[in-house]
Design a protein around this ligand. Sequence first.
Ligand code: GDP
Length: 445
Amino acid sequence: MFESLSERLGSVFDRLTKQGALSEADVEAALREVRTALLEADVSLPVARDFIKKVTARATGQAVTKSVTPGQQVVKIVHDELIAVLAGEGAPDALKIDNPPATVLMVGLQGSGKTTTTAKLAKRLKEKNGKRVLLASLDTNRPAAMEQLAILAGQIGVDSLPIVKGESAVQIAKRAKQQASFGGYDVLFLDTAGRLHIDEVLMEEVQAVRDIAQPRETLLVVDGLTGQDAVNVAAEFNGKVGISGVVLTRMDGDGRGGAALSMRAVTGKPIRFVGLGEKMDALEVFDAERVAGRILGMGDIVALVEKARETFEAEQAERMAKRFQKGLFNMNDLKMQLEQMLKMGGMQSIMGMLPGMGAAAKAAEKAGFDDRMIKRQIALIQSMTKKERANPDLLAASRKRRIAAGAGVEVQELNRLLKQHQQMADMMKKMGKGGMMKQAIAQMM
Ligand code: GDP
């Protein structure tokens, strides 16, 4: 999967990383090529645009790290953004199958690989998780499809619900639920009927089954080779039935891969598994990091940049520690500390990490001391001149008005920040004299 996209990006980045110095125009040109490559891979236009916008913003706001080239840094940024677009937040990889019997509803168009995927998942749960699985086909229109599921069940050694002619999909679903409870099964897969394209009757039937079955998971199976169509189908099913995730099949083919890259951004639903062939073992958990790695094929550079960044941050911390030891603490130092706080996940998460700080975190939140405030404080410091940052005593009333207006906040907020800075600077002086500073900072970092 992703071969052609991978090749295209590879040649763009090969050129970029070989150049020592890069102008903004070089980066822009490279990113234009990345955009074209994404579009050629059938990534939807808004997703490609948004992707490039985010990469550009990060590439321009980037602190220069020693020992890696700007091109290598761009590779790392693209890599991280690929992971973000593929995974979104907290994509769950395992199926939710606690409280047995848990029902997994399989939906999708005919020919997408739904029945095959149902059997693959069942095999996986049986072999990897030791689960007892029951399969039931609800495809009353196509007796052959029901037979096919029964045959696959036999092949992988799991049970399938006996076929009773003349039942409706809802009736089969009810019988399957009962059988799963009485039979002590852990997981019940309901393989719903597909159609060649989305139609109302199909959707209504799936909705009725869903209401009876109360599934823990509703997985949509879509053919990865169909590119943006796959994404449209997913959006449609999600709107009408509500899905908990997507399985992309035929990713073993020479598809352009765009469906994988647009899915999460367009539907808001994660890809959970990918099908990589007809065999029962040809299924993989979708791992955004690994997929991003495969697309870029530049693992060495990514690791190099990560290492360089760690070294850079360690040096920065060391420099700061030296300043604090001398009792020095100006607005630039404060800004760096605030940025560090944001990077660590903001106020709430820092306080959450400290034992017994839960209540304090709530109180701080109440007092309006949250990440937005940290960002406003950083904006205030950014609208100061170099001299003012080095020496806040310069800040007379007119300068204060200018700075507050520049950051779009009230002067009172600036006064609060200055007071906070003063307190911290005093503390640094005291601690600096005592020589305890280095230890304290080592802990803070
Ligand atoms: P359904 O109509 O959605 O139930 O589709 P089927 O499960 O019957 O699959 C249709 C065809 O696609 C079968 O020949 C499968 O073997 C094949 N198929 C399913 N998943 C994959 C996959 O990930 N890769 C490949 N190459 N073929 C697949």
